[in-house]
Write a new protein. Structure first.
Length: 229
């Protein structure tokens, strides 16, 4: 655990200290940000329990809590609440401490909120997690190759993959070569492919891969082959 003072001060300027009373929720913040993932957000809400309005100004000296919404300064009316939505970005090269991107690890600190004669300290735990490896589609199963009579003699088929981000399939062919080159066909989410231009006397071999919307491609399926009479 690294001790790092998060000097994130919410300075509350009150019309009258005697009439100022407020609370902050939640009582602590636990934030995890993972490299190569979208920045996360957390929220802090100030509730005015006093009898005077409170102007709240956000001061962020470390600058990796970012993207304050709806504004930096808000006035909290009597009996009302205001919420700051805080974007956490430890990878942005703009001013984060101790370095950018912040090293993987866990940091502890606090948000200190002062105003109207009272101080509230919100403990903060920030965890910087390593990048998660891409999830590659599973290997295509059930690949078969059938000889037909019309319109072309070869029909390739396989069992559908079930990944939610599946984009389609790639068909690879080899005839005289001992290895596969670029895909013969790049398909959508179908489970059959009819091979055109077949020549008699040759042996045709095929394998199929699945690819997702991020461009990740599975390993090749089992090979299927047919010799054309």
């Amino acid at each position: 655990m690294r001790n790092l003072l998060l000097a994130l001060a919410l300075t509350l300027i009150c019309a009258s200290w005697a009439n100022a009373a407020w609370t902050v929720a939640p009582a602590s913040l636990a934030v995890t940000e993972t490299y190569n993932q979208a920045p996360v957000s957390v929220s802090l809400t100030v509730t005015n329990t006093g009898t005077a309005g409170v102007a709240v100004t956000w001061v962020d000296s470390l600058d990796y809590f970012k993207g304050l919404l709806p504004s930096v300064t808000q006035t909290v009316p009597v009996g009302g609440t205001k919420t700051w939505t805080i974007g956490v970005n430890v990878q942005d090269p703009y001013g984060c401490v101790p370095s950018c991107p912040m090293p993987v690890g866990t940091y502890s600190g606090s948000v200190v909120m002062t105003g109207g004669g009272q101080t509230i300290t919100v403990p903060v735990t920030l965890t910087v997690a390593p990048a998660t490896p891409p999830v590659v589609p599973g290997k295509v199963a059930g690949v078969t190759l059938q000889i037909q009579t019309v319109p072309d003699p070869l029909l390739l088929s396989w069992t559908a993959n079930t990944e939610p981000d599946l984009a389609g399939y790639k068909v690879y062919q080899r005839i005289l070569s001992s290895s596969y080159g670029t895909p013969l066909a790049v398909l959508g989410k179908v489970t059959t492919y009819q091979v055109n231009g077949i020549q008699p006397g040759l042996t045709y071999s095929y394998t199929v891969t699945a690819y997702d919307t991020s461009g990740n491609e599975s390993s090749k399926s089992n090979e299927v082959s047919k010799t054309i009479p």
